[in-house]
Design a protein around this ligand. Sequence first.
Ligand SMILES: [Zn+2]
Length: 157
Amino acid sequence: MKYTLLLLTVGTIIFFVTTSVCATTIERIEKTDEEWKAILTPDQYVITRKKGTEPPFSGAYWNLHEKGTYVCVCCGAVIFSSKEKFDSGSGWPSFWATVKDAPIATKLDSSFGMERTEVLCARCDAHLGHLFSDGPPPTGMRYCINSAALNFIAEEE
Ligand SMILES: [Zn+2]
């Protein structure tokens, strides 16, 4: 019980620190489970709202090389750009950085016996994927993201 309370407190502090550092002007999008279900496909719903993971090499974007931006499938926030996308070989769309000022929150995820960093949309709390520190230069970071958590908007020529 004490442990749960401690975790909750730490989680709350991390949440507030992350959201206030990211931007003071994040416009929060909040919907009920039923509302999310109504606007998302079953895959999108399970991945973003229930922290699911799509099978590797199955999503729409892991092998996409077009120029454009990737937005949160739930709220439309611009998170990634094709400029920072790279082929990680993992079967998930991978990026070495977000776009500048992207509304991103990170959280420690200890599920499945692993210590991972979960990546969330700070605007609507959508689960997007995980962040690893084995990415390419210049950041050395690897945002490993589910295609189903993103919408791709092609750049107009
Ligand atoms: Zn979002």
